[in-house]
Design a protein around this ligand. Structure first.
Ligand SMILES: *[C@@H]1O[C@H](CO)[C@@H](O)[C@H](O)[C@H]1NC(C)=O
Length: 226
């Protein structure tokens, strides 16, 4: 980890400087400049801003700030990993535009996995609501932090670090809810990015990176639907 180790004799000024340094690295999305900026998700805008443009505040209504998008489970059996993530976004919850927030419900089938992935723009805090979920992340010095979550227990995945959620139970499904400090956290699944990118990463690159043969590369690509 690129973390400077500084020996400091405490003084109010130094404490302030260190605090400022820490906070400057913990910023979420930019703060809104008005009470809210309900996303205008109609497609008539031909320009891009960091987020979506706002509708006229006088047209805002309570429906822009509420959603039932997370009320129904996603289908975790629709993919080989056995998990399904449903997200709020500016389309189903336009009031979160510029707030630096997203929520997700994570449905995991028996023995299902949310495969190792990272969010380039957000830290994540997750709470297990049902089942027994093994979670973990790997830091940039390659150290694994892992925990088993039971209902009511939470875990933090720091921004950008590779993490996973695994349902240890063979038969019962598990449910977790996550919050993100970005309205657009982004997600990169490590195995899919490596083996199913379009166009594909050259076989030789993958063979060397994973120390496997060209046949292994082909097999993994096929397994992952790449
Ligand atoms: C998640 O579940 C929905 C149905 O609830 C399905 O349409 C979607 O394809 C699933 N996503 C994945 C990645 O399996």
């Amino acid at each position: 980890m690129s973390m400077a180790i500084v020996k400091i004799t405490p003084s109010p000024l130094r404490t302030l400087v260190v605090l400022a340094l820490i906070l400057s690295h913990a910023r979420a999305d930019p703060d809104p400049l008005q009470d809210y900026c309900v996303a205008d998700t109609s497609n008539r805008h031909s320009f891009w801003v960091n987020g979506a443009p706002c509708i006229d505040p006088h047209s805002a209504s309570v429906s822009h700030f509420t959603t039932s998008a997370l009320s129904k489970p996603g289908n975790p059996k629709a993919n080989p990993f056995g998990s399904n993530v449903t997200l709020t976004n500016i389309a189903n919850l336009p009031g979160l535009n510029t707030m630096g927030l997203t929520m997700a419900r994570v449905d995991i089938a028996g023995n299902g996995l949310v495969p190792p992935h990272s969010h380039p723009r957000a830290s994540e805090v997750t709470i297990c609501l049902e089942g027994v979920i093994g979670v973990g992340f790997v830091d940039t010095s390659n150290r694994l932090f892992t925990q088993i979550l039971r209902p009511g227990e939470s875990f933090v995945f720091p921004k950008g670090l590779i993490h996973y959620l695994y349902n240890f139970d063979w038969t019962n499904s598990a449910l977790a809810i996550s919050g993100f400090n970005s309205q657009n956290p982004g997600a990169q699944i490590a195995s899919l990015a490596a083996f199913t990118a379009k166009p594909g990463i050259p076989d030789k690159v993958l063979a060397t990176a994973f120390q496997i043969t060209g046949q292994d590369v082909a097999r993994i690509r096929k397994n992952l639907g790449g």
